[in-house]
Design a protein around this ligand. Structure first.
Ligand SMILES: Nc1nc2c(ncn2[C@@H]2O[C@H](COP(=O)(O)OP(=O)(O)O)[C@@H](O)[C@H]2O)c(=O)[nH]1
Ligand SMILES: [Mg+2]
Length: 450
């Protein structure tokens, strides 16, 4: 989604190498400025971002890790504005009403369908109101979309007043116990007083929970400008950027919320009904910082990991039954996948963890040989049940494996850490806990895999 920006971040980060190199920092900031502007980040946002990054880096000491942390934090600051994220249901009434607004051709009707589809997949009862009576084919277009995604579309034959349509639609949605009513409206320019007044009247007639402004990302900075005007004239609660799959440079998504003070809620990434992505600032920051590798990771693992085996192991881990046989199998798998460090670096937000486990040294085959030597000196019972290993059994293992006592203890400790970590990660929300823990332990670690 942000390939160009991410690539340029990586090149900028490569420019900072040494501690306390003020010149390197100003070069890097200069380079960042160029790419922000080149990829359509608003110039005011760019200025603020750079100031934040420079200040934060200086405060924590110039260096690659601190620069990265400053970049990540500053992006997160800029992307996060007051307001809702994703789709939010009304807290006070069973029906959530959303008014879709925007210029003609921005993608309102398509996005209305996408949202309906998104909600339907979440088992919501959705009604779409066809309130674009300006264009002849508008109602027909919506009917087709509705049929395709199997969501009901409300329309009134031969009605020319959209206020009437939305009032009837709202009544139907209430009476029919719908969860969400999405109101698709005609495209209009903010300078068209008459149509803007009509929109205000629609707003008053149905008191929507939220008003979304649908903006075409291909219009670049105009997407931001028009959103600001709609915010001033009507009041909007969220922006949806469409056509992000096209030739957009991506930067609009970075500065839009910062400039409009309205959260960017969704991004349209194609013409199909499923081409809608929730815009959650922190997730976006991870992607910006190079989390694109997650796809590579999925590819790698799906190609090499035996799914059935993986499920078995997960079950064991959850039950706390992870043993030495599993451990050795896992190690072999990791070896097949490549270095542990590079794999962890592919998981968004987890790259800081790579250095945490360097003492486990999976890359080093000597280490792996030792682990194997140790495990092969164990009795089958010991392999199945790690808790059996008391002092006298450990002494036997030292003799049998040809390893030193220190080496044996080190490996056993690694095993216990690995199984603890695995258990934690396999629990519900465990990945999040893990990330949080790692972030705290290791807050200055680089987030971009290098
Ligand atoms: N590639 C792409 N095309 C889109 C996206 N959203 C809408 N469109 C296309 O943009 C055109 C206008 O969309 P429409 O929903 O009719 O706009 P409206 O006039 O605002 O209702 C249609 O051809 C859509 O297929 C998107 O996210 N990606
Ligand atoms: Mg339309």
């Amino acid at each position: 989604m942000f390939d160009l920006l991410t690539t340029s971040f990586k090149s900028v980060i490569g420019k900072i190498r040494y501690q306390d190199d003020g010149k390197a920092l100003s070069n890097a900031v200069g380079e960042l400025k160029k790419s922000f502007l080149k990829y359509d980040v608003h110039h005011k946002t760019t200025k603020e971002l750079l100031e934040k990054i420079e200040l934060k880096t200086k405060q924590s000491g110039i260096g690659q890790d601190n620069f990265l942390k400053a970049l990540r934090e500053s992006l997160s600051d800029i992307l996060t504005v007051k307001g809702n994220q994703g789709f939010v249901y009304s807290a006070t009434s069973p029906l959530t009403t959303i008014l879709m607004t925007g210029l003609q051709g921005s993608g309102k009707t398509t996005t209305t369908g996408k949202l309906a589809n998104y909600l339907k997949q979440r088992n919501k009862k959705v009604l779409i109101a066809a309130a674009d009576l300006q264009r002849l084919a508008a109602v027909e277009q919506l009917k087709q979309i509705g049929a395709q995604i199997e969501v009901e579309v409300f329309f009134v034959e031969n009605e020319t007043n959209p206020i009437k349509v939305v009032e009837l639609a709202k009544q139907k949605a209430i009476d029919g116990l719908y969860d969400v009513l999405l109101v698709d409206t005609a495209g209009r320019l903010a300078i068209d007083e008459e149509l803007m007044l009509q929109l205000k009247n629609i707003k008053e007639a149905i008191t929507p929970n939220e008003i979304f402004y649908v903006a075409d990302s291909l219009t670049g900075h105009d997407a931001t400008k028009t959103a600001i005007t709609f915010q001033e004239k009507i009041g909007i609660d969220g922006v949806i950027l469409t056509k992000f799959d096209g030739d957009t440079k991506g930067g609009v998504a970075i500065s839009l919320s910062h400039q409009t003070k309205v959260p960017l809620r969704f991004v349209g990434v194609g013409e199909k009904m499923e081409n809608l992505e929730v815009f959650i600032p922190d997730r976006i920051v991870s992607r910006l910082m190079g989390a694109g590798d997650i796809e590579g990771l999925a590819e790698k693992t799906s190609l090499l990991i035996d799914n059935k085996k993986a499920k078995e192991v997960t079950k064991k881990i959850k039950k706390g039954e992870f043993n030495f046989n599993d451990f050795i199998e896992q190690l072999e798998m990791i070896k097949k996948l490549g270095s542990m460090k590079s794999i962890i670096g592919m998981i968004p937000g987890m790259s800081g963890m790579a250095s945490q486990i360097k003492d486990m040294d999976f890359d080093n085959s000597v280490e792996l040989k030792r682990i194997k030597a140790l495990i092969s000196s164990m009795t089958p019972k010991e392999r199945e049940n790690p808790d059996l290993l008391n002092i006298s059994r450990k002494k036997r293992l030292v003799k049998g494996s040809g390893l030193s006592e220190v080496q044996v203890n080190k490996i056993l400790k690694q095993f216990h850490n690995a199984s603890k970590m695995a258990k934690k990660m396999s629990s519900k929300g465990g990945m999040k806990d893990m990330q949080r823990m790692m972030a705290q332990m290791n807050s200055s670690q680089a987030q971009i895999p290098r």
